[in-house]
Design a protein around this ligand. Sequence first.
Ligand code: X5A
Ligand code: ZN
Length: 699
Amino acid sequence: MAAAPALPVVARVGLLYDDRMCAHATPDGEEHPENPERLRAIWRKLSAAGVASRCVLMKAKEAEDKYIASVHSQNHIKLIRSISSKEYDSRRNMIARKFNSIYFNKGSSESAFLAAGSVIEVAQKVAAGELSSAIALVRPPGHHAEHNEAMGFCLFNNVAVAAHYLLNERTDLGVKKILIVDWDVHHGNGTQKMFYNDPRVLFFSVHRFDYGSFYPAEGDASHCFIGEGAGKGYNINVPWEHGKCGDADYIAAWDHVLLPVAETFDPDIILVSAGFDAALGDPLGGCCITPNGYSMLLTKLLGFAQGRIVMALEGGYNLRSIANSVTACAKVLLGDKFTIGTPEMEPFESTWRIIQAVRNELKTCWPVLSSKLPENVSLRSRPSHTELYSCSGSESDVEDVEELPDAISSVNVIQVTDDVVSECFSKLNLDEDKIATKTASSNITAEQSPTDSTEPQNDGSVALSKGISALSLTWRSELSKVYVWYASFGSNMWTPRFLCYIQGGKAEGMNIPCFGSHDTSPPIGAMWKTVPHRLLFGRSSTPCWGTGGVAFLNPEINHNENSYVYMYKVTLEQFNDVLFQENRLVKANSGNRKTESPDSPLIGLSEIEFVSRNKAIHLAPIKNSWYSNVLYLGEEDNLPILTMTCPSSDVERFKSGELPLSPPSKTYSTTLIKGLVEGKHLDAAAAANYIDTAATRGL
Ligand code: X5A
Ligand code: ZN
């Protein structure tokens, strides 16, 4: 590890706060977690604690367009520039609705330009050595903002703009390598994309992933996304599987991933995308980093880049938590005496597993990660269902901010999730032996080499085409001649929704579009059937349908059950493309607007043979995905009937309460009912009853 830096006798810590960034607010004063009180609460606490007066106070400065243009499109800059003007008064809200989690008001433009400009301003002073380190209290936040898109409360990607500025506009300052540490509880999707093939920027993001369901709920937040081209190895994701991660988990990620890599990378400066929504008490994050935890994480970073650290505020929605956490960080930067103790809790076993997986993914790029991890570390088992989903009393654990009037702290009364959870546990015993497990031969993590082959667009709603590697051409042409029945039991029973998996786009009620299949021909047949498997609704949210459970079929045969399936006759190639999409294995490549699918099928001809004989095949290469289990449900006109569902181990987890059984959201169940009704199978009342029964009876 690098030696502790020799701090100047008195650290010069920049602190940028500017009331003008409070102008961005909801248009009609609607409550929103990302509100102006966030900045005010932090500022009040820093002042009251006597911390602000020890810093070099700075005011915001608008970023020039040309600097923002290094990471954003001209269109996007123009939109954000004009969105607050009078001409937009009548259209502003409508435009905001086109984005994901965005609002605009008359103050948004100025705030956005000030936020980006502020991070440039402090970064440049730290890089020049005028300041030892700095904190920019900015909003709107930035790390979700993409090249041509505002999202997730973010308008401009403030940290990315500043990083580009240092590297490209201020070569005089000698910054050649930048480490961006994104400890906001959400994945820094925008920042990741902006530097994905740039080895000058090492992007490290630790975030909740929850198997792909946590916001922004894109597969590219997984640890498999390590950068590409010259940037390979310079993108590191540490994706938590669940909430409740705290000091010990983060410190483990620091000690076993971030710090060894940072040591090798040897950055000239560190930019922290400092969201505080992983803090204890945060209404959105569900994690529990304490102020002391943040102090430890930050102290460990001070050992690099001669302590040149720039913190830019991202998320963080509990006013008390963010005020206390930022104050703890400021004290660290000011050099206040503080000793790194051992966190109260042990890391989760999932944390250890994830860290191993991240290290394994990156060890060829960073040999320092190939060393063996310490053994017999004491770990704790994953949080129980109740721990994860009940409204915890964590609020009371949050130190008081005496200076915070009650009226302000009450802005924070927002639910983590509105999960309604069925607490039914079954006495049924699963016989694992009846369900075969096989390691499929597919290598889904193999390097992809998309060619330039561009398919004609079938649907204007998705401006994506396919990147198809030479490797996939072989299996695709082979499997495009084989037909199977794909039996759907969930939202795919509604044909318009299923067609999204074939033709791309989204049907009514869906939050995000599908990529579509390579072969976009519609199914050549469809029919209803019932199967002797129990239908259940589990997990608590999905990117596509929002909060609520989704349908799974218990893989075990149970002759007391009669579940409806709607079967589509599609090619085995299309079935694989559906399987890829269901398991979120299709990636969008923002660079060339293409999509990339795995290079080999999950179900090839030998797997068909296997599954017909053994009734089920567990797809080991995607064992942690939601639909990693393909079932054989019999035959129809000599073709196999296949469906995809959870593995039986997940059924056990549903039974134990480790995974939630949750009723479907309104939009999801509406889709199921439409499928059952429009398929002329049931009338509306019978369909609703069928769904309702499955949703409430548990397992
Ligand atoms: C910056 C940040 C969170 C967006 C959540 C949207 N954004 N549901 O924390
Ligand atoms: Zn966040």
